[in-house]
Design a protein around this ligand. Sequence first.
Ligand SMILES: CCCCCCCCCC/C=C\CCCCCCCC(=O)SCCNC(=O)CCNC(=O)[C@H](O)C(C)(C)COP(=O)(O)OP(=O)(O)OC[C@H]1O[C@@H](n2cnc3c(N)ncnc32)[C@H](O)[C@@H]1OP(=O)(O)O
Ligand SMILES: Cc1cc2nc3c(=O)[nH]c(=O)nc-3n(C[C@H](O)[C@H](O)[C@H](O)COP(=O)(O)OP(=O)(O)OC[C@H]3O[C@@H](n4cnc5c(N)ncnc54)[C@H](O)[C@@H]3O)c2cc1C
Length: 572
Amino acid sequence: SCVHPDRPEPLDLHLGMFLPTLLNQATPEQMERFFTPAWNLRIIGTYAQTEMGHGTHLRGLETTATFDPSTQEFVLHSPTISSIKWWPGGLGKTSNHAIVLAQLHTQGRCHGLHAFIVPIRDMDTHVPLPGVVVGDIGPKFGFSEVDNGFLKLEHVRIPLDNMLMKFAKVEPDGTYVKPPSAKLTYGMVFIRSMIVGQSALALAKSCTIAIRYSAVRHQSELRPGEPEPQILNYQTQQHKLFPVLAAAYAFTFVGQYMKDTYRRISGDIHAGDYSQLPELHALSAGLKAFTTWAANAAIEVCRMSCGGHGYSRSSALPDIYVEFTPTCTYEGENTVMMLQTASRYLVKSYRQASVGQRLQGSVSYLSEAAAQRLRPRPVSGGAAPLSTQDLLSLVHLYQRRAASLVELAAKSIQQELQRGRSQEEAWNHSSIDLVRASDAHCHFVVVKLFVDKLEQVDDAAVKAVLSTLALLYALKGLADNSGDFLQAGLLTVPQATRVSARIKELLEELRPDAVALVDAFDLNDRKLNSVLGRYDGNVYEHLYEWARQSPLNATEVHESFHKYLKPLRSRL
Ligand SMILES: CCCCCCCCCC/C=C\CCCCCCCC(=O)SCCNC(=O)CCNC(=O)[C@H](O)C(C)(C)COP(=O)(O)OP(=O)(O)OC[C@H]1O[C@@H](n2cnc3c(N)ncnc32)[C@H](O)[C@@H]1OP(=O)(O)O
Ligand SMILES: Cc1cc2nc3c(=O)[nH]c(=O)nc-3n(C[C@H](O)[C@H](O)[C@H](O)COP(=O)(O)OP(=O)(O)OC[C@H]3O[C@@H](n4cnc5c(N)ncnc54)[C@H](O)[C@@H]3O)c2cc1C
C-alpha cells in the first residue's frame, strides 16, 4: 500500500537521527565512509541510546565500548539484561547499522557516553552479524509501522575509526582527547526542535477535521421548531475548538522560530562558538515539552467534539492521537525536559540576574524583574489594570507570571536548603515548582512570539483575525492558569470575571471565520486522510462508503456464524 505521508515509518530514525547525528558528529573521513552510502540507503541506520533499564538517565547507561590498543578496536558489550538497547526505531528488522551510545573505556578509565557506528546486519544477506542479537520489542500502543527493536551486543569489535570523533577523540595509543565542550556529545536538540513544528501540524490537522465536521454536523434544537443547527453554533463547541485553533496558529509560529533558532545556533556551533548552546538546549527542551503536552490534550478534545464518529478510524483522529502521543515521552520525557529548562537555565539565570547581570535571549525579562525587586513596591500593591484588548499588556502579564514562578522556585530551593536539606534533596523537593516555572516561561515565549508575528503581517484583514486568535490564546491561557496570576498578584477576581466574558465575545467573533481559518492550513484530503474533515464536507456518503469497504463486509455472512454461532446454538 502507498506510504501515507505522515505515518511513522521504519526509516524515520535513519532520516531523523542517524543522518543528522553523522552531520553533527562525524569527521570528514567518516562522512565520506558513512554518510554517502547512508544517503543512498545502502547503509540504513538507527540511533540506539535508550536501554531496557535507562532512557532518561544518560549517565546511567550501561553499554560499554572498551578500547583495545593491540588491535586498534573498540569492544562493544551489553553487560547486563538492563543494558540491552531497547526502543530504537527501525532497529528490530530494518537497520543494518546503529549509532550506539556507550560508556567509553580506554587506558583503564571511563570517559562517559560517546557515539559509535556499529554494523549490526550483513549488508547483503541482512543476517545479524556475529555477537549481535537483534529483534523487535513487540506490539506497542501505536507506531505499528515501525520495528522498534532491541540490541544485545556480545563483545562486538569495531575499528577505532568507528567512534564519531568530530569533537572527542581516542588516539591509536588509547589516549582520550576531550571535546571542546562536554555538551556537544548530547545531541537530540535537532529532533526536539523539529517536534515543536510537529505539535503545530498535529493541532492543525485535528482542528481542521473537528471544525469542518462541526460545520456540517447538525444536531438537536437551539430554538424549538427550527431546523437542527450546526454544532459549531453551540458555545460549548466553540469553547472546545477555537482555543485549539488559536494554539495551532501559535505553535506554527513557534515551530518556525524554533527551526530558525536551531539553524542559527547550530551554525554558530559549527563555527566553534558554543555560547548559545545553553539557550538552544533550554528552549528546545522546554518548548518540546510545552507544545507536545498541550497538543496531546487538544487532539483528544477534537476527537471527543466529533461525538461517535470521532471514535471511528474514518475520522483519522484516533490515528493522529496514537501517532502523536509518544512525543511526550521520546526525545526527552516531558517532565525531565521541563526540569532541565528550569534547573539548568531559568534558576541559573535568576541567580545571575539577582546579582545584577544583564541577561540576553528568552530570559532577559529576569533582569527586568530583578531590577523591579530593588525598586520600592507601589503602595496599592494591587494588580495593575487589565486590558482584555491590548495584546502587549497581556504579553507583559505572562512575562511577570513567569518571573514570579521562577522566583518562587528559586526561593523554594533556598528554603529547603535552610531547612538543612542537601542540594539534591532541595532541588527534588522543589521540582513541582520548577516544572511550573518552566511551563510559565514557555507559555510566555509562545504568547510573545505570536504577538511578535503579528507585526510582520501587512494585510489588515488577516492581521485583524490573527489578532483575535492571539487574544483568545492569551486570555484562555490566563483563565486556565488564573491561580498562578492571582497568586502572583497579577489578577483580581473581578478581572478574572472580565476575562471570561471577553472569551465568550471572541468565540462569537471567530465563528464566521472558523472554517476559513482551518482551510488556510491548506491540508489536502490525502494528508488529512479523514472522512469527517473532507474539504467538500460530503461526510455521510463517504462514511457509508468507508464502512462498506471494511474487511468484515467482504461477505454477507461472516465465517464466524458457521464456525461459532451455529455450533453454539446447537449446544444450547
Ligand atoms: C539529512 C537530514 C534529513 C532530515 C530529514 C528529517 C525527516 C524526519 C522524519 C522523522 C521524524 C522523526 C524521527 C524521530 C522519531 C523520534 C524517535 C525518538 C528518539 C529518542 O527518543 S532518542 C533518545 C532520547 N533520550 C533522551 O532525550 C534522554 C533524556 N535525558 C537527557 O537528556 C539527560 O539525561 C539529562 C536529562 C539532560 C540529564 O543528563 P546529565 O545528568 O548528564 O546532565 P545534567 O543535567 O547534569 O547537565 C549537564 C550539562 O549539560 C547540559 N545539557 C544537557 N543536555 C544537553 C543537550 N541535549 N544539549 C546541550 N546541553 C545539554 C546541561 O544544560 C548542563 O549544562 P550546565 O553544566 O548547567 O552548563
Ligand atoms: C515510540 C517511541 C520511540 C522511541 N524511539 C527511540 C529511539 O529511536 N532511540 C532511542 O534511543 N530511544 C527511543 N525511545 C525511548 C525514549 O527516548 C525513552 O522512552 C525516553 O527517553 C524516556 O525514558 P524512559 O522510557 O526510561 O522513561 P523514565 O525516564 O523511566 O521515565 C519514567 C518516569 O520517571 C520520571 N523521571 C525520570 N527521571 C526523572 C527525574 N530526573 N526527575 C523527575 N522525574 C523523573 C519521568 O518523568 C517519568 O514520569 C522511544 C520511545 C518511544 C515510546
